[in-house]
Write a protein of this length. Structure first.
Length: 308
């Protein structure tokens, strides 16, 4: 009778139970955390397999993170959780459990791992939040190494973009945020040639043209000597919008490192020599912000006029 009762009990599970479980299984381990304004990290695009992408990202970032910043240090609270607090009286099991959960939560908040996957809010996009490191330096270092050695290290990761700052994806927030954010690169006496590369996912309320025009204007206002260059700029301003979060970065060698694509950067190419990076530019930039070129240049000119 026991054996007969078992399948019957299984049958009674609500239909939704299985779909919910399937959904959980497919989702990469974001630990319930969502990408939000205020985070820094690395935005990674992949081809279909997000779970595998997260694994590859942890492995690659861990390897280079240890090289650049030394092995990761864990907090004492985490070490102490190894079991000493579990010797409670049987009667007090519930209280002990509550205490333990509280401690685990506290230690998780305290330790904030160097690399932590969070839900990005878009398909085929993984976001790894970073703590205590400079995403730009780390990603540039990885790409430089892969570009030099031509050694393929990933299978499903396509592009790896450092995200040094995030704000809400509304024009006013973005203008206010970038006025300060752009300073290290573009505020006089600093200056450079630049281009703006824009991509939006799951967001239709923002105009690409407006964003590029406004941000180019802010770069121009920080130093009128900052010039737009769509062929081989010193700096590429990356604007990646996902839902209501705007992810920003200013990167070097965007053309040389094949738009920060880990699959492309390891391919050997006769043209692809460090002596002559501009030989790639025509092909590389064919899909970059061409329609907005005039907008960018116009807004820069307008700013210059104002600042004279």
């Amino acid at each position: 009778p026991m054996a007969a009762a078992e399948p019957a009990a299984r049958k009674r599970r609500p239909k939704g139970h299985f779909t919910a479980a399937a959904g959980r299984a497919k989702r990469p381990r974001g630990g319930g955390r969502q990408l939000e304004a205020g985070m820094r990290g690395i935005l990674i695009t992949c081809n279909m397999n997000e779970r595998k992408c997260v694994g590859e990202a942890y492995s690659l970032l861990g390897e280079y993170g240890d090289l650049l910043y030394g092995p990761e240090q864990f907090s004492d609270a985490e070490e102490r959780l190894s079991g000493s607090d579990r010797e409670e009286d049987e009667d007090d099991v519930e209280a002990a459990l509550k205490k333990e959960v509280g401690q685990i939560r506290a230690s998780t908040e305290q330790k904030l791992r160097r690399f932590q996957s969070v839900e990005s809010g878009a398909n085929n996009v993984v976001f790894i939040r970073t703590q205590g490191i400079e995403p730009e330096n780390l990603v540039h270092h990885i790409l430089k190494d892969m570009h030099t050695t031509k050694k393929k290290k990933t299978r499903v990761i396509l592009r790896m973009l450092p995200i040094s700052g995030t704000c809400k994806a509304f024009m006013e927030d973005m203008k206010k945020y970038t006025e300060t954010f752009f300073e290290p690169w573009f505020k006089a006496p600093n200056k450079g040639t630049f281009q703006i590369v824009y991509k939006a996912r799951n967001n239709s309320h923002i105009s690409r043209e407006e964003v590029i025009k406004e941000l180019a204007g802010i770069v121009g206002s920080l130093n009128p000597e900052n010039k737009v260059d769509l062929n081989n700029p010193q700096y590429t301003v990356l604007v990646e919008i996902i839902k209501s979060v705007c992810c920003l970065s200013v990167v070097r060698d965007y053309v040389l490192f094949r738009k920060y694509n880990l699959q492309e950067v390891v391919k050997s190419d006769k043209e692809d020599t460090q002596q002559n990076p501009s030989s790639l530019t025509e092909k590389q930039n064919s899909e970059l912000a061409k329609p907005e070129t005039e907008e960018q240049e116009k807004s820069c000119k307008e700013i210059k006029e104002e600042n004279k």
